[in-house]
Design a protein around this ligand. Structure first.
Ligand code: BTN
Length: 261
């Protein structure tokens, strides 16, 4: 059997979590790591399971977009959450905690400024370095699992195709080859800590998220389902929703959408 490209021992040594990533599934190729964890057939995975694929043949982005990523260069993985305690008020805080975990890891390890774009993109100098796709399933009216899919551009040096935001990678921005094992462990360590904080101190998660979002106070447009709204990005409320201030100073709560300045 071919040796894993990702050095699992190196990753394990840096992983400092109680449950996130403790059950770790490593694949060379899969359709999509999100699809795998969302599939009811694969139901024996424990809370905090992480599946990472070196190549996805049907990687999915938000709004049914395709997620392209060069084989073995980046970190494309999904985290499974099954513990109901995290599904409290809404899932937006998990969304914000995930992107915050990635941006903190990029800043701590490579001293790069990683900004956040609502609801969950991570940008470096205005270019997208990471996208997150959060999906959930429910039994009756209750959410029974949440899958957080993270596509982080790490060592890819060229991007081809059309993108709604120009892409970049950490290697391009830091000008060095990045050790994926350490970065993955750092993201998961941060994520578990922020997940606990989203229950014990949600306002702190929001405060940290907002401090990395340069769009607050700016004129924006927000598009959802072919409808575009314009206004000032006023704030994020306590549940993680975007508050859009219109010309007549009315505040509208936005649940989903693509934001542009
Ligand atoms: C976006 O920006 O539109 C979200 C992209 C999310 C991509 C990740 S890669 C790992 C996981 N598996 C998928 O099929 N998608 C997510």
């Amino acid at each position: 059997m071919r040796k894993a490209v990702l050095e699992l021992e190196k990753f394990d040594l840096k992983l400092n979590t109680n449950f996130v990533g403790r059950n770790f599934i490593y694949c060379e190729e899969i359709d999509s790591t999100n699809t795998y964890l969302m599939d009811r057939e694969n139901k024996n995975n424990t809370d905090g399971t992480v599946i990472l694929a070196e190549k996805q043949t049907e990687g999915r982005g938000r709004k049914n977009r395709v997620w392209y990523s060069a084989k073995e260069q980046n970190l494309n993985f999904s985290i499974l959450l099954t513990s109901k305690k995290y599904f409290g008020k809404n899932l937006n805080l998990i969304n914000l905690a995930s992107s915050l975990a990635v941006s903190q890891a990029i800043e701590n390890l490579y001293q790069l400024n990683a900004e956040l774009k609502w609801p969950n993109d991570v940008l470096i100098k205005g270019k997208k370095v990471c996208g997150i796709l959060l999906e959930a399933s429910s039994q009756g009216s209750k959410i029974d699992k949440v899958v957080i899919g993270i596509g982080l551009n790490v060592n890819q040096s060229m991007f081809q195709g059309e993108f709604n935001l120009p892409p970049t990678s950490i290697k391009i921005e830091a000008n060095e080859n990045i050790e994926r094992e350490r970065l993955l462990a750092e993201v998961l360590n941060n994520f578990e800590e922020l997940l606990e904080k989203s229950i014990s101190k949600p306002s702190e998660v929001l405060r940290e998220w907002k401090s990395r979002c340069r769009m607050i106070g700016e004129k924006i447009s927000i598009t959802e389902n072919d409808e575009t709204k314009y206004g000032i990005f006023d704030d994020i409320d306590e549940n993680g929703f975007l508050l859009l201030k219109s010309r007549n100073n009315q505040i509208e709560k936005i649940h989903l959408g693509d934001v542009s300045i």
